[in-house]
Design a protein around this ligand. Structure first.
Ligand SMILES: C[S@@+](CC[C@H](N)C(=O)[O-])C[C@H]1O[C@@H](n2cnc3c(N)ncnc32)[C@H](O)[C@@H]1O
Length: 230
């Protein structure tokens, strides 16, 4: 089944590459300005990515590396993709990026990364069991969390080339990995992003410790509540 999905995926992006060459169009993002940056930015908002290592699964040309360099983020980056044609071009465009042809489903490598991202798994041929396998593998390779985006939501038009994910079904996959999950469907109508976090330690009153430590808020009801302790 995985091989069939990979064959469909390889053919799909090879066809786009032939048509558009090095362009966001070849990785399925169309030509309207800003959408690729938007998706990258939302992935990066998973947490503090500065001084961290990132594995970019399905990296295409490795454009996330270009985006992170533009933002002056200090990161250790590895981009992997099953499509060698995209990777070969990416290596020329971003000679400083570490880009490899690799199917993470097949790798035996135990190397871990702080964050593991996948921007754009939604091409035709995708299935929920495949998404679950990919997410489970990505989660096993991360130290802090994974971020992944999907086409889906309330849709009034469907392209025959895409797999449309149901938010609820994706949430039920993520809940097999962690009970600390964010679903972002606030930035565009026909797509959404999920963050799944590894650190699920909680305080005695059931707040995620990592959330408290990374927030700038002081969660102390006695500071503001007029009836506190009465
Ligand atoms: C929509 S494109 C996005 C490329 C890149 N993430 C970007 O945003 O510029 C999806 C990419 O995922 C790759 N891909 C799909 N399934 C994959 C898998 N199982 N492992 C690695 N790459 C995969 C495709 O070859 C394609 O390059």
């Amino acid at each position: 089944m995985t091989r069939k999905i990979h064959t469909i995926t390889l053919n799909y992006y090879d066809k786009l590459l032939k048509k558009y060459g090095y362009s966001p169009g070849s990785v399925g993002w169309g030509h309207k300005k800003g959408k690729q940056s938007l998706r990258f930015e939302i992935l990066c908002q998973i947490g503090n990515i500065n001084n961290s290592s990132i594995l970019d699964v399905g990296c295409g040309f490795g454009d996330l590396f270009g985006y992170l360099k533009y933002k002056k983020s200090k990161i250790k980056y590895l981009g992997v993709d099953i499509n060698s044609n995209l990777i070969e071009i990416g290596k020329k465009i971003y000679p400083k990026a570490n880009l490899k042809v690799l199917d993470i489903g097949q790798t035996k490598s135990k190397q871990k990364f702080d964050w593991v991202f996948f921007s754009g798994i939604s091409s035709k041929g995708c299935t929920y069991p495949y998404i679950k396998r990919m997410m489970t593998k990505m989660f096993s390779l991360c130290k802090k969390g994974i971020a992944m985006n999907f086409v889906g939501g309330v849709i009034d038009f469907k392209s025959k080339d895409l797999f449309y994910s149901d938010v609820g079904k994706i949430y039920s996959i993520t809940s097999t990995l962690s009970n600390r999950v964010t679903i972002r469907h606030d930035y565009a109508p026909y797509e959404f992003t999920v963050y799944v976090y590894k650190n699920t330690k909680k305080t005695s009153n059931n707040i995620f410790k990592d959330f408290l430590e990374s927030s700038n808020f002081i969660f102390d009801d006695s500071l503001w509540h007029p009836n506190y302790n009465k």
